[in-house]
Design a protein around this ligand. Structure first.
Ligand code: ADP
Length: 287
């Protein structure tokens, strides 16, 4: 397997690569990750079952889209494929360090620049991807309200129903969403889509990086909201973002709605207490 992956890396980088060492890297929740060391070059490799190749391809294309926007550092995708009944994704190796105030300011400013990248096809993306391991549909849609209602909330609620989720105020919430988003007219922004603190990091040189995206064109507030879901980013991030691209009034209320998507997704992935967390969020949105 490693030889096949090394051959693929050699082909796409046009320079011979041989694996000298490989070692597992911890920290991921979905895939197995490895460091591949060839002496003068290193790569980061994710492995999963062969059936997950679509997930890796979508991640690679998302990274490519962000990489090409030249606004925010991401690990450059190198190649992906299937070998020995495993799917693999090879990325540029990055050495992570500790963020300074400056790094987090840069993170805020760079994310604002990324969010200014728009699409003339509306909200969505060229293909579906995954959020965690959950399929995430992205059909191009002109209205953000229609996109968020159908392809985000209704989609997760359908999956949750199959999992036995009980959300007594689901219908009331779905009926209230047009009011919750009334007067809000976002432009389609290139978003990371899964921007919790585990997916934001800083290189040893102090450069901010985002990882593991679930890319699409959406309301930029979905990214800012998610930075606040599982612990907040440092304050410098928010002040730099706000000066570069101020948030629209009403963000605090929409934040709960946008994060509800992720909490229901967490119920779909992990079950447990996420159901009651989602129900409290729904209750607060309906108050
Ligand atoms: P998963 O898709 O399984 O969630 P992640 O992308 O979160 O995996 O990666 C798992 C860990 O590997 C991260 O916590 C990070 O420390 C490390 N990592 C991720 N990408 C790179 C990279 N390009 N170079 C070096 N280490 C990386």
């Amino acid at each position: 397997m490693w030889t096949d992956i090394a051959t693929h890396i050699s082909q796409v980088t046009d320079s011979p690569f041989q694996v000298k060492h490989h070692r597992p890297v911890g920290g991921g929740c979905i895939n197995q990750a490895y460091a591949l060391d060839g002496g003068d070059r290193a790569f980061f490799v994710k492995l999963n079952q062969a059936s997950q190749i679509g997930m890796f391809e979508a991640e690679a294309l998302g990274l490519k889209q962000i990489y090409q926007s030249q606004t925010m550092r991401v690990p450059r995708p190198i190649c992906w494929g299937i070998t020995d009944s495993r799917s693999y994704l090879v990325l540029e190796w990055l050495n992570f360090g500790y963020g300074t105030h400056q790094s987090w300011e840069d993170m805020g400013r760079n994310l604002a620049a990324m969010h200014r990248v728009s699409s003339d096809r509306g909200f969505g993306w060229d293909q579906s991807n995954t959020i965690g391991a959950t399929p995430q549909p992205n059909p191009w849609t002109q209205s953000w309200l229609d996109f968020f209602l159908e392809h985000r909330m209704a989609h997760q609620f359908r999956l949750a129903a199959r999992r036995g989720g009980n959300f007594p105020q689901q219908a009331a919430l779905m009926a209230a969403i047009p009011d919750l988003l009334a007067g809000h007219d976002p432009q389609p922004s290139l978003v990371h889509g899964d921007l919790w603190s585990g997916n934001a990091s800083v290189t040893v040189e102090g450069e901010p990086v985002i990882l593991d995206p679930a890319t699409y064109f959406g309301d930029r507030e979905v990214d800012i909201a998610m930075t606040e879901l599982f612990g907040r980013f440092p304050n410098e991030f928010y002040s730099a973002y706000q000066s570069a691209y101020p948030l629209d009034p009403g963000y605090d209320r929409r934040k709960t709605l946008y994060n509800l998507y992720h909490v229901i997704n967490h119920f779909n992935l992990f079950g447990g207490g996420y159901e009651s967390q989602a129900n409290s969020m729904i209750a607060s949105l309906l108050r």
